[in-house]
Design a protein around this ligand. Structure first.
Ligand code: ADP
Length: 394
């Protein structure tokens, strides 16, 4: 059965066409800068990446362009071959603890949640509506980034603010990157042979850490929004909220301006003036003082979360690094794991240097004397969407 796994952002649409259940990727690609005259897209045909420049006005146009390309390039014989479309949805609010078949009601509910994710949910809805119009016979599934974290208990998801804020306005921790944390939990079950206790460090430009107890999420670092928890590429993560009002007065800024700075100009970017870990690593090796400071702050926060989750879990079977940085950055992993020496964690420097997903190597990076094993595993959010979509539509 052929199905599409789709991730619609505010100006992007990423897709993969899968043959299921064998999990074979037939083609993949993305549309960038939708809505601007500068838009373009890529699509893989027979292992060749084709790049095309075309003005794409909106998601509907991206979807019709994609479907036309699939037929014209003989990737599918007819659009009827595409039996289902799975959509990534950033926010499922308190309503969704797993992926669901999309109905009119589900679309309405996701629309209602959009206040909680104003940048992301409207894009997902635009993608859903565009596919519904273009291939009405295909079944559609919504896969939520928040769903995997819905097993977190009230004592861990509540903020110490007036309780009515939760009952009236759903103010609570939601957590994000759930499709990635779910994928790693599944992979680790295969590797360990049982549902283990894990601390998963998803270190991309956005970054989050989750505590998994016997296969279920019991806590995660992101919160009501993704700008919570550890320091990230451009986000500050947890800070003293009073800084916001103080800096608004000092710099005569609006709330939205400060919010923008805390999301886009803080984190590694704020301290070191750069946010991509590849640049950060080069500058670190060249002994740039600001970068050394930024890495120290960044890895301290990751280590603190792991130590905190160690207390919550009692016993950890594996600390797992994933996403762009976690998969490919031995410097960050070393700085984090060396800070966990008091817990008996012992890094194998050679394994750590060699284990780079970009070079096709996953696996353990700690010595066999280490009290806790640490793994590097490549994440695959698209595959989680494909699997859930297949399970709900086969
Ligand atoms: P996001 O979806 O949040 O952008 P990704 O998982 O795609 O995150 O990760 C992107 C980040 O991964 C980059 O900003 C970069 O910091 C890091 N990264 C990617 N490749 C490498 C590499 N070879 N070495 C170090 N860091 C890398």
């Amino acid at each position: 059965m052929l199905l599409l796994s789709v991730n619609s952002g505010s100006s992007t649409l990423k897709f993969r066409l899968y043959s299921m259940p064998e999990e074979r990727v037939i083609t993949k690609g993305s549309f960038e800068r939708i809505g601007s005259s500068d838009s373009d897209y890529t699509i893989r045909v027979n292992d060749e990446k084709i790049y095309l420049k075309k003005e794409i006005k909106n998601h509907e146009e991206a979807v019709s362009t994609l479907l036309t390309e699939l037929v014209e390039k003989n990737i599918v014989n007819s659009l009827d071959d595409i039996k289902a479309v799975g959509h990534r949805v950033v926010h499922g609010g308190v309503l969704y603890s797993k992926s669901v078949l999309i109905t009119k009601r589900v679309i309405e509910e996701i629309e209602n949640i959009k206040e909680l994710a104003p940048l992301h949910n409207p894009a997902a809805i635009a993608g859903m509506k565009a596919f519904k119009k273009a291939i009405p016979n295909a079944k559609m599934v919504a896969c939520f980034d928040t769903a995997f974290h819905q097993t977190i208990e009230e004592s861990n998801f509540l903020y110490p603010v007036p309780y009515e804020w939760y009952t009236k306005y759903d103010i609570r921790k939601y957590g994000f990157h759930g499709l990635s944390h779910k994928y790693i939990t599944m992979r680790m079950k295969d590797i360990l042979g049982y549902d283990g206790n894990l601390v998963i460090c998803h270190i991309g430009n956005g970054a989050s850490i989750s505590a998994i107890k016997e296969g279920k999420c019991i806590d995660t670092s992101m919160g009501f929004t993704p700008n919570a928890g550890i320091m990230m590429g451009t986000r500050c993560g947890d800070i003293d909220y009073s800084i916001i009002g103080y800096i608004m007065k000092k710099e005569n800024l609006t709330y939205d301006e400060v919010d923008n700075i805390l999301n886009k100009k803080s984190g590694l970017q704020g301290i070191a003036g750069m946010n991509d870990l590849r640049d950060i690593d080069r500058a670190y090796l060249a002994k740039d003082n600001k970068v050394i400071l930024a890495i120290s702050m960044y890895t301290e926060r990751i280590a603190e979360y792991i130590a905190k989750y160690f207390i919550k879990l009692g016993k950890i079977d594996a600390i797992v690094f994933t996403a762009g940085g976690g998969e490919n950055d031995p410097i960050i992993r070393k700085e984090v794991l060396d800070k966990l020496k008091p817990l008996g964690v012992e890094l194998d420097n050679k394994l750590n240097e060699e284990t780079i997903v970009r070079k096709d190597k996953e696996g353990i990076i700690t010595t066999n004397k280490s009290s806790i094993a640490s793994y590097v595993i490549s994440t695959d959010e698209e595959l989680v969407i494909a699997k859930d979509t297949y399970d709900l539509t086969k």
